[in-house]
Ligand binder design. Structure first.
Ligand SMILES: [Fe+2]
Ligand SMILES: [Fe+2]
Length: 338
């Protein structure tokens, strides 16, 4: 059999990888594509997401493709995984003809790989060139052209281009809370990020004590202020496009309306409860339990400079009573400010 190997950290796997697999079948006429996740990547020093999570995401992503397989050979090794050792092991175990697929970025640093001269004799290395063969190399590496899919795992880890993830992988990411804190950290200042985490934890507690879904509550808290740092003119563009009737509210209120739309369109969160709660979190205008939970958690955040413990206790015992109390206190506070 002819096998194409696509190695990488797959942190996470996305449609760019899948596209590369499909192009390998089309252009190299291979029988199967093996996705080979690395345990530790020798040329990268960032800490990777756990092996279990990366493997689970690969399985979900390749499920629809009969000739895509997962190869866990590099994960079995304790020490750093060098391609030369992997290829030796593959040749020992199988009689297949191997094609090792690399991208342009890997081609550029190919001489930093261990024993590159030996490597190119053990398997046919193939570089899918995305920029029309601009990178030169002296090694025997086959060059093929592939239409560029403009996405990288690092962009996804920052909460961008999530539409390049198979939907089951995105569901897995949210269910297991992978990368999600980074999604928020990359969009708000440090103090707002700490507040968001704190509100997420408190929402979760309120949910647990009031028989609500803790994951839904967590995401409402985490994302509720994701648009708080958005410049006013940009926020106004969103308001005009999605809910022009809300322009009449004071600008500090807008981030709730825009946030609800951003979680849908940028983070692909379609849960009505999450969107509704974020939409209403500033004014407390919804009595849906999740909306009440985030309205209270926002005002009762333990990081605030006043004692919120009594309010927190009340919300844990009875969310509706807590909500009425927090709303009353908030209105009194706003009146005082006038
Ligand atoms: Fe807010
Ligand atoms: Fe907030």
């Amino acid at each position: 059999m002819r096998i194409a190997i696509i190695g990488g950290s797959f942190d996470p796997i996305h449609y760019g990888h899948i596209h590369m697999g499909l192009e390998s079948i089309k252009q190299l006429k291979v029988d199967e594509v093996w996705f080979m996740p690395t345990k530790i990547t020798p040329l990268k020093d960032r800490e990777l997401t756990s092996v279990e999570d990366r493997v689970s995401m690969i399985k979900l992503a390749i499920e629809p493709y009969a000739n895509f397989k997962l190869c866990t050979l590099e994960l079995e090794r304790e020490e750093k995984s060098y391609t030369i050792d992997t290829l030796r092991e593959l040749k020992k175990r199988y009689k297949h003809e191997f094609y090792w697929i690399i991208g342009n970025d890997q081609l550029e640093q190919f001489d930093r790989w261990k024993d590159p001269e030996k490597l190119v004799k053990m398997a046919q290395f193939v570089c899918f060139d995305r920029d029309h063969m601009l990178t030169k190399t002296s090694y025997d590496i086959k060059r093929l052209h592939m239409e560029c899919m403009p996405v990288s795992s690092s962009e996804i880890r920052m909460g961008n281009k999530l539409n390049y993830l198979p939907s089951k992988v995105l569901d897995y990411i949210y269910a297991n809370r992978l990368y999600v804190k980074e999604f928020v950290a990359n969009r708000v200042p440090e103090h707002r990020y700490r507040h968001s985490l704190s509100v997420a934890n408190l929402c979760e507690e309120f949910a647990r004590n009031n028989g609500l879904d803790v994951n839904v509550a967590y995401y409402i808290g985490l994302f509720h202020d994701v648009c708080k740092a958005m410049p006013k003119d940009r926020m106004l563009c969103w308001i005009k496009a999605i809910c022009p009737e809300n322009e009449k509210y004071a600008p500090p209120v807008w981030h709730g309306f825009v946030g609800a739309e951003v979680v849908d369109r940028i983070f692909y969160i379609k849960d009505w409860r999450i969107k509704n709660a974020i939409y209403h979190h500033v004014l407390g205008t919804s009595t849906d339990p999740y909306a009440m939970a985030v309205f209270c958690a926002d005002k009762l955040d333990p990081l605030r400079d006043y004692d919120t413990s009594k309010g927190i206790q009340l919300c844990k015992q009875d969310l509706y009573k807590g909500f009425l109390k927090v709303k009353e206190d908030n209105e009194r506070y706003l009146q005082k400010g006038k």
